[in-house]
Design a protein around this ligand. Sequence first.
Ligand SMILES: [Zn+2]
Length: 315
Amino acid sequence: MKKITAIIFFALLLLTMCAQGQSKKEIINLNNNMNWNPLTPEEERVIVHKGTERPFTGELLNNKSEGLYLCKRCDAPLYRSHDKFDAHCGWPSFDDEIEGAVKRVRDADGRRTEIICNNCGAHLGHLFLGEGFTAKQTRHCVNSVSLKFVPVGESKLKRVYFASGCFWGTEYFFMKAPGVKETNVGFMGGHVENPSYAQVCEKNTGHLETTEVVYNASETSYEAMVKLFFETHDFTQTNGQGPDIGPQYLSCIFYNDEAEKAIAEKYINILTEKGYKVATMLKPASRFWKAEDYHQQYYEHKGTKPYCHKYTRIF
Ligand SMILES: [Zn+2]
């Protein structure tokens, strides 16, 4: 009996000694990993022990595909492909993160800013400001092994397009909808490449002010998106939306495939049966041209509400 007690005592002592070498936070992380992905020794060296992969060796360094970059350990979405740029530094670089996904902390060296996954605390890399690489003057220098790339087509994320007048107002409602992960405003349907807002205002580009909505198909549905589209604008107006008159403000659903088209038609039929004269057009999606930065999440940044859109429950 004495022998067993002694063994337990030494085992506990050993455990305590091992734990003293790590910070409290790391112990919590290491003990909380029930649902996290298993890591290879190299991933663990970087993600858990805050190591750095050798420059110019990471798998995602030159990846230019469209998609999302997730945390290797917990799968939280961290970065978007359109914020990635080539800084020629040897590690994947991003000039923006998905809002709230990345936490900045003072590095142990007391000098640099470390970046970690806001969800699980995984070490990602370091943050550098004011270097002049992009207009945002921000470089998230991230280890490839801390990231997992998911191409747009293979994820549950669906990218869909709606035009319902001034895109500030359309986006305002979609960005707040459950299951929506990202929204962008821009132009679609016209013949001018990479149009500016000013060009579209001249009313001869053929483009409509369009909102790109990215939603997670396991959290919401295209039907929910279509309902929200009809419930947040006057789809009977034929010359624009509210006080905004002109071809760029017309109501239109740009569908990606026959399934989306069928759902859009279903709701137009429901509305027609309810007595509405629906002016909404259905057109196949074409290239989406993102508008200038100051148009993105406009009301959110302004802290004001749309003048031309409001929510009215119909369905
Ligand atoms: Zn994570």
